[in-house]
Each structure stands twice: as structure tokens, then as C-alpha cells.
Write a protein that binds this ligand. Structure first.
Ligand code: NDP
Length: 257
């Protein structure tokens, strides 16, 4: 058995939502290095263009689309357009937002925005791209969940985010069972705290209690985006051919405690 070949994505085409920066951009690098052509789909057109240029400079065949993946009609139109050009084999549902607030302080707008981006949009994308995958009897979807989909993080008990990530984990399992017979696999990665703009941007300042986070993480540090990307590459490639419906923790041991 040629084990390294199992990670080869040559000839495949992958779309990464929210791929303009952070974990999504690193996932795009991982899949691109494995041979896949990449489409970056991000709300921020400039960020998406810069990400595609960065990938191209590393020898990856990359393009981008500016899109709000929380808009189902736009997602369906994009899936139809891209698949007409060249089929999308791999969908990475990575776009996500975190609005930090305790339950009683959560506004209607923040609750709805969190659900729209973190769980509804993942379903719109899975449905739109999954339809084409099912028709071709080949496809692979990886959802970016969170350890927050499994446990309640402390000290910030961020009900909207936690609920949205629990939903994406169960959506993963439901679609995995529904689409296995069509040769479409659906898995998720559940990261712990990863150093990105979501967690360490200057806007956030000192509002997080990083000391508590590190105490609660057996490996004693935050994760790096590339550590999530490696796990996504495993799930997105034939290396994980017997995995579907899996939620792979990449959290430094956080959910063991
Ligand atoms: P970032 O905030 O760094 O990046 C998120 C990206 O998603 C941004 O480029 C953002 O664009 C884009 N995006 C947001 N909303 C939409 C939308 N409606 N349509 C298209 N693109 C959108 O986050 P991370 O890289 O840290 O997070 C990536 C994923 O990993 C998320 O799902 C997050 O919940 C999850 N995760 C992150 C953890 C962490 O500690 N960082 C831990 C566990 C899970 P724009 O800049 O324009 O808003």
C-alpha cells in the first residue's frame, strides 16, 4: 500500500468557504499542496483575491469568488456555475463568526447572524454542492465544527456559538448517513482554541481569559491553523476512505478534561 498516495488530491477541485484568511486559508494551502485546484469563497473580496494570489505564488491552481454563504440563492448559483466549469469534488464548510455574549446579553441580531453563518450557511453549501456530488457519485465534505459543539467552554459561555457548532456536528452525522449510498462522505473537524483573528485580533484585546484557556488545555498552548489543516487534509482525501460522520477533535486535549 502506498500510504502517502492516499493523501493525493491531484485532479480534484476543492472550495473553501471563509478561505480568505485564518484556518480556511491554511486548509486551502494543505489541499493545494496535495494537488487540488482551489476556489476561495469569502465575504471579503479583497481578502479572497489576496488569498488566491498567495496560493498561486506557491504553485497552487487557485481562483476566488466573493460571496456571502449565508445567502442560499447565491450559494446555489455559485455551485451551479462552478460545477458547469469543472466539478467541485471537495467542499470545506469553514466560514464562521463568533459574537461573544452571555445568553441574556445576546441580541436577536447576533443570535440570528451566528446561526446563519455557522450552521445555516453550511447546510446551504452542503445541499447545493452535494447535489452535484451525488449526481457524479463522488464527493467529500468537511465541516469545521468546534470543541464548542461538544462541551461548554469556560469562562465564556457563548450560547449562540455553542448552539451553532452543536448543529453543524449533528448535520455532519445526518448527511453522512443520508449520502453514504451516493459515495459522498461527510465529516467534521472540531478545533479547540486556535490563534487566528477570531481569537487574538487587536479588537478582541484582553476580553478573553487566555490564562484560563491554556490551563484547561492539556497541551498547554493554543493550536495553529496548520494543525487543523492537516486534519482536514486527512478527511478530505482518500486517506480517510472509511470515515464518514466522524467528528475529529483537534483541541490539544481540551475535551478530555
Ligand atoms: P476568521 O475570523 O479568522 O476567518 C473567518 C473567515 O470567514 C473570514 O475570512 C470571514 O470573512 C469569512 N466569513 C465570515 N462570514 C462569512 C460569510 N457569511 N460568507 C463567506 N465568508 C464568511 O476565523 P477562523 O479562521 O478562526 O475560523 C474558521 C472556522 O474555524 C470557523 O468556522 C470557526 O468557527 C472555526 N473555529 C475556530 C476556532 C478558533 O479558535 N479560531 C476554534 C474552533 C472552531 P470576513 O473577514 O469578511 O468576515
Amino acid at each position: 500500500m502506498d500510504y502517502l498516495k492516499k493523501f493525493d488530491l491531484s485532479g480534484k477541485r476543492a472550495i473553501v468557504t471563509g478561505g480568505g484568511r485564518g484556518i480556511g486559508l491554511e486548509i486551502a494551502h494543505a489541499l493545494g499542496q496535495a494537488g487540488a485546484a482551489i476556489v476561495i469563497a469569502d465575504l471579503d473580496a479583497d481578502g479572497a483575491a489576496a488569498a488566491a494570489a498567495e496560493l498561486s505564488s506557491c504553485g497552487v491552481r487557485a481562483s476566488y469568488r466573493a460571496i456571502d454563504v449565508a445567502k442560499p440563492d447565491a450559494v446555489t448559483a455559485l455551485a451551479d456555475e462552478l460545477n458547469a466549469e469543472q466539478p467541485i469534488d471537495v467542499l470545506i464548510n469553514n466560514a464562521g463568526i463568533a459574537r461573544i455574549a452571555e445568553a441574556l446579553d445576546t441580541s436577536d441580531a447576533d443570535w440570528l447572524a451566528t446561526m446563519r453563518v455557522n450552521s445555516d450557511a453550511a447546510f446551504w453549501c452542503a445541499r447545493a454542492f452535494g447535489r452535484h456530488m451525488i449526481a457524479r457519485r463522488w464527493g467529500n465534505i468537511v465541516n469545521i465544527g468546534s470543541m464548542c459543539g461538544m462541551i461548554v467552554t469556560q469562562p465564556q459561555n457563548n450560547t449562540a456559538y455553542i448552539t451553532s457548532k452543536g448543529a453543524i456536528h449533528m448535520m455532519t452525522k445526518s448527511l453522512a448517513c443520508a449520502w453514504a449510498k451516493h459515495n459522498v462522505r461527510v465529516n467534521a473537524v472540531a478545533p479547540g482554541y486556535v490563534a487566528t483573528e477570531m481569537t487574538v485580533s487587536p479588537q478582541i484585546g484582553t476580553s478573553f481569559q487566555y490564562d484560563r484557556w491554556l490551563e484547561q488545555t492539556p497541551l498547554g498552548r493554543m493550536g495553529e491553523s496548520h494543525e487543523v489543516a492537516s486534519a482536514v487534509l486527512f478527511l478530505a482525501s482518500p486517506a480517510s476512505s472509511y470515515c464518514t460522520g466522524a467528528i475529529l477533535s483537534v483541541d490539544g486535549g481540551y475535551t478530555c478534561m
